[in-house]
Design a protein around this ligand. Structure first.
Ligand SMILES: NC(=O)c1ccc[n+]([C@@H]2O[C@H](COP(=O)([O-])OP(=O)(O)OC[C@H]3O[C@@H](n4cnc5c(N)ncnc54)[C@H](OP(=O)(O)O)[C@@H]3O)[C@@H](O)[C@H]2O)c1
Length: 265
């Protein structure tokens, strides 16, 4: 029996296939709209996958990872007898796809929403999973055992909290990184090319060093600020003038939540 099927061969599908193959030695079944060599693209996608041309053939696997947008999945599954009869596990990474919609599309399957975090590199994919209330232990354990094949798994019980965690793990760091790039630009403004490049390098090196000292597991410990002592209170004056940055970041995050709500299916 084939253990893993995969719907989608984009950024997430590609990472899931690579990590699965590397960690289990098994080829996943793969389906994607554009096929293995989309028109105009000579490079083959997901070389270590067994491609199928009908999306429902991916349901021959015991567990299927959804790596296409939620509405695309619902469009495929709507009216599909094979979706209705599927009794395996659906692991949906589609942002904003509710568990209720998943269950309607795959009424006999064990449907689990997952938030995979690709930022850790290609050898593992840490995952936060929404454990549905009322799901019997054996069904959960079966689904969880497949998730552990990808690396660390954090389990969340509340659907709203899960939606936020979903944004925090992938989308929000990407936006914050864009803000850090803007901060670097502000810092090197007016410098000549070579000096500006040096300035950016030093800035990101300092950031990396601060991040590696950040006590991420104990948020109540706020001692990390001590690491940025500078003579004469230079850092302190900067910190005092940050002003509305927090509310700006809140409104950026709110916009992202609003977009996630628009996409909800
Ligand atoms: N990337 C991440 O870090 C990440 C993390 C968590 C969750 N996700 C979720 O995973 C899903 C895929 O994300 P991604 O980053 O892999 O995106 P992506 O690189 O843009 O890939 C999108 C995939 O969806 C398929 N697709 C798009 N529109 C379609 C349509 N109308 N009909 C059929 N297939 C369609 C594409 O098929 P073709 O290429 O064959 O056209 C491709 O396989 C999204 O729901 C995203 O929110 C991604």
């Amino acid at each position: 029996m084939i253990r893993l099927g995969l719907l989608g061969a984009g950024r997430l599908g590609d990472a899931v296939a690579k990590v699965w193959l590397a960690r289990t030695g098994e080829e996943p079944l793969v389906w994607s709209r554009g096929g293995q060599s989309p028109a105009g693209d000579e490079e083959k996608r997901i070389a270590g996958g067994a491609w199928v041309s009908d999306w429902a053939d991916a349901l021959r696997a015991q567990s299927v990872v959804v790596a296409v947008p939620g509405r695309v999945l619902l469009g495929l599954a709507e009216g599909s007898e094979r979706a209705r009869m599927f009794e395996g596990t659906i692991l949906s990474a589609a942002s904003s796809l509710s568990r209720e919609s998943l269950r309607r599309a795959f009424p006999r399957a064990t449907a689990i929403c997952i938030a995979p975090f690709l930022i850790d590199g290609a050898n593992s994919i840490p995952i936060a999973a929404l454990r549905p209330t009322g799901l019997p232990d054996p069904e959960w354990e079966k689904a969880a055992s497949e998730l552990y094949q990808f690396g660390e798994v954090d389990v969340i019980g509340d659907e709203e909290a899960f939606a936020r965690i979903f944004l925090l793990g992938a989308s929000w760091p990407t936006v914050v990184l864009a803000a850090l790039q803007a901060a670097a630009d502000a810092g090197v403004r007016g410098l000549q090319d070579e000096t500006a490049a040096l300035g950016r390098r030093l800035f990101f090196r300092a950031l990396r060093s601060l991040l590696s000292e950040q006590p991420t597991d104990t948020p109540e410990d706020d001692s990390s600020g001590d690491a940025v002592a500078t003579p004469g209170g230079i850092t302190e004056r900067g910190l005092k003038n940050i002003g509305e940055l927090s509310s700006l970041l809140e409104s950026v995050f709110d916009q992202m939540c609003a977009r996630a709500d628009e996409l909800r299916a």
